[in-house]
Ligand binder design. Structure first.
Ligand SMILES: Cc1cc2nc3c(=O)[nH]c(=O)nc-3n(C[C@H](O)[C@H](O)[C@H](O)COP(=O)(O)OP(=O)(O)OC[C@H]3O[C@@H](n4cnc5c(N)ncnc54)[C@H](O)[C@@H]3O)c2cc1C
Length: 306
């Protein structure tokens, strides 16, 4: 029986582990199939405080994990495949293995939706990005493209106009799904060039480990063209990793966990941290901050329970 189990080994889960371990709660972190979380997928992180020259995402995660292990956190590989939160202690399953815990911190993140191209996988963090706030700065004076037609894509494109000389918005239809106010702002912006009725069928050039352009297919004519750009932002939304908790934990319409009074969910003893409960900020530092909150809330819960 564990005091605290943390689902997820991104910034939120690892920060929760540091705090819970220093509180002598001997937490168990279940790392998940994407061990290290989203920061493990990127290269230079320039906006995490404390690193004036930036830090490589995987290196930052490794340091967080070492720091948690230093204070006694334990780690387990694999995904939680089932969770029963209707009983106490809570029951988690990893395949055939069962784990019981008095408190649970869900830090399972939210994965950016991707196009599903092999070249996209190879170039993620090397010119392909899912976060303009994170990576826009690297494209000062360059030409970038954003894929999508909803509010996410519109926000990303507008943000990128601060840095890039030209922002092409590639959308499969001939009008935007984004809210009217967003769409108007976007279409009024001189730096934004809509590319209608087009889908990205390939990204160049994985061999060079950089983006040099995209191959577009016109959805009306089927014609394929090469469109040069220095970076590609995928703005087609995120999906929180919460399927395990459907019918148990309260979620919003997109599946993000609902928290109140800090990190508390609707089930006493279950806390949520990081992108899994944050559809607004989705940053490493905000995930880490909420991981700290969840560990402190779990500690106080255990203390109150005696
Ligand atoms: C390419 C890229 C670049 C980025 N750059 C920056 C940047 O420069 N600055 C910045 O502040 N932010 C950046 N971000 C955003 C930042 O990475 C996220 O906000 C942050 O990682 C969220 O942390 P998290 O711990 O909430 O979730 P995640 O990092 O998503 O981690 C989720 C964890 O949960 C685990 N998990 C999921 N399901 C299960 C399960 N069923 N069982 C067990 N484990 C599970 C996964 O394996 C993973 O370890 C970037 C994101 C990406 C994708």
């Amino acid at each position: 029986m564990r005091n605290v189990v943390i689902i997820g080994s991104g910034c939120a889960g690892l920060t929760a582990a540091i705090y819970a371990a220093r509180a002598n709660l001997n937490p168990l972190v279940i790392r998940g199939l994407e061990a290290g979380g989203q920061l493990s997928l990127t290269t230079l992180v320039e906006n995490y405080p404390g690193f004036p020259k930036g830090v490589q995402g995987p290196e930052l995660i490794e340091m967080m994990q070492k720091q948690a292990a230093e204070f006694g956190a334990e780690f387990k590989e694999g995904d939680v495949t089932r969770a029963d939160l209707s009983r106490r202690p809570f029951l988690l399953e990893l395949g055939k293995e069962q784990i019981e815990t008095k408190t649970l911190i869900v830090a399972a993140g939210a994965s950016a939706k991707l196009l599903g191209l092999e070249s996209e996988k190879r170039l993620l963090g090397h010119g392909v990005s899912t976060c303009a706030t994170c990576d826009g700065y690297f494209f000062r004076g360059k030409e970038v493209a954003v894929v999508g037609g909803g509010d996410t894509a519109a926000e990303e494109a507008l943000f990128l106009t601060r840095y890039a000389n030209r922002v092409s918005l590639i959308h499969r239809r001939d009008q935007l799904r984004a809210s009217k106010i967003m769409a108007d702002r976007l279409l009024r912006n001189e730096k934004i060039k809509p590319v209608w009725n087009s889908v990205v069928v390939d990204i160049l050039d994985p061999e060079k480990s950089e983006v040099t352009g995209v191959r577009l297919k016109n959805t009306q004519t089927g014609e394929e063209t090469l469109y040069p750009c220095d970076g590609l932002f995928i703005g087609i939304g995120h999906s929180p990793n919460t399927a395990l908790f459907k019918g148990q934990l309260e979620m919003d319409e997109l599946g993000y966990l609902k928290t109140r009074n800090g990190s508390k969910t609707n089930i006493p003893g279950v806390f949520a941290a990081g992108d899994v409960q944050d559809r607004t900020y989705r940053q490493a530092v905000t995930a880490a901050g909420s991981g700290c909150m969840a560990a402190m809330d779990a500690e106080r819960f255990l203390e109150a329970e005696g």
